[in-house]
Design a protein around this ligand. Sequence first.
Ligand SMILES: [Zn+2]
Length: 199
Amino acid sequence: MLHWILNPGLAFNELLLGQRIPKVTLIQKRSRVPSAEKTFIPCPHCNTLHSGSKWTPQNNTAFKNWFGLYCDNCGKTIPCVRNVTSLILLMLTFPVWYWFKDRWKEKWLEVQKEKFSRPMVFTQPDFKWWYAGLQYAVVMFVGMSLVNFLLLNEEFTWKRLAGNAITWLIGGLLFGLIMKKLSGNNSTRQRNKNTQSLT
Ligand SMILES: [Zn+2]
């Protein structure tokens, strides 16, 4: 969560892709099922416990969540964490988007209603560790390069940039491998039926 708030590279994910993470995530402790299946996202408006697998690429709900995560039980939005860089960008561009945000939100809510009326898939896609690692590497590379050269005023050289790229490529692949190990994805399919009944 701290990473989401501080890394400037994630402003891209948040503002352009509409990728969001909720302020509150509940994780069942001491349960041996893979992490994706013991993760729940509560709606503060209607107290529904949503499956953590509800906002995923295969449901077409992982992105475009600019106004928050849509609760298909009460139609309101679940509050999300805000990245500092995107907060600053939003404040600076306030006079531009302020005028059409209400109409945009109305339209967005209609789209969500339609999206969430379709049957949801709660199975986890096969975890591609190298893909997750590369995604992480790109985000960290962009974010840390911005921090190094713009915030910390380090002298820009192509060599340093290339150094950053290599560091984060290795870091990203390691991250992917660790995530694979932690998620224990091999045994998910059997238990998917259990999560189906969750709303
Ligand atoms: Zn709700």
